[in-house]
Design a protein around this ligand. Sequence first.
Ligand code: FES
Length: 359
Amino acid sequence: MFGLFGGNKDWQATVNGGEHTITVKAGDNLLKAALEAGVPWPHDCRVGSCSTCQCTLKNGKIKALTDFSYVLDQDQLKSGKILACQTRLKTDVAIEVELSDAPAIALNSYEGQIISTRNLTHDIKELVVKCEGKVEHSGMAGQYSEVAISALDDPRSYSYAKAPKQENPGEFTFYVRLVPNGKFTEWLFAEERVGETVKVTGPYGQFFRRDEDSTMVCVAGGSGMSAIKAILESSAAEQVKRNCLYLFGARAQQDLYCMDELAEIGKKWNKDYSFEFVPVLSEEPEGSGWQGATGFVTTYLKEAYVDTGKLSLNEAQGYLCGPPPMIDAAIDVMVDQGMNKENIYFDKFLDASSMPGGR
Ligand code: FES
């Protein structure tokens, strides 16, 4: 009895002329096999919508799990481009891909229990999972893991909300935002879930600090706080020699959280360099007493920092995390104001309203 795609046989993928040889098990996609083997394959969404995992099929036959033409244009398709996360093998294949600058870290899966949940705002919860056995939390601040529960078929992806090196042994901390029709988030918010069993698989993602001397300009919104906070915690702990501006966009004061943690990061930041954290509120009611920054976070970046000459984006690096419209707007402003697009790193939090498998 043969499976549907490529039978029940394992196949080999030879990558970049033999730089890596990956065994792709029957039923697995090429990206999953590569990441499990510790090959630093570029990836982001893992559901066929971002095209980050694209590579060139030089030889062999594959089964496309989705229509590549949704994200690859005709020229790319003609040149043999495929999406690794949407590819199963029907034969051995030869592939060319520009591998990521991320360190090669093999995926690990751990089973554990939810040991605490805590409301951070009216729609964001902190979730702490403790895993059993010998747990290597080998990811980098900014990366993410999949979190799976038996009540749901598909896992969900959440960024590390604490720098992995600063977690208690075996623990993983995530921030989860309640999203409309988000099955995992509705499950989590419905009742107390301490003691529930979960499986954590990771690390995934290309979002992490690149070591340069330039100023870090961070912009986050919603639960995008998690990855940026983790990056800043690790940067403070490592005493990086960089100035940093972090703008956090929220609707109103009720959406602010981690203020104490950010103050703590500021105290620990390398004393020879500046660290500035600014929450920016877009819908704070008049007369609320809020004395801080207002408006859209991207407009605020331009008007309060670039236009005034306080900050030059020419040599800076951008780190963006949160809802896709905010990230797209921030990229536009940053590039428009002189930042090199290649110096902008981002993690778009796609949720159940944006795509299946989102956060
Ligand atoms: S399309 Fe494969 S990782 Fe996004």
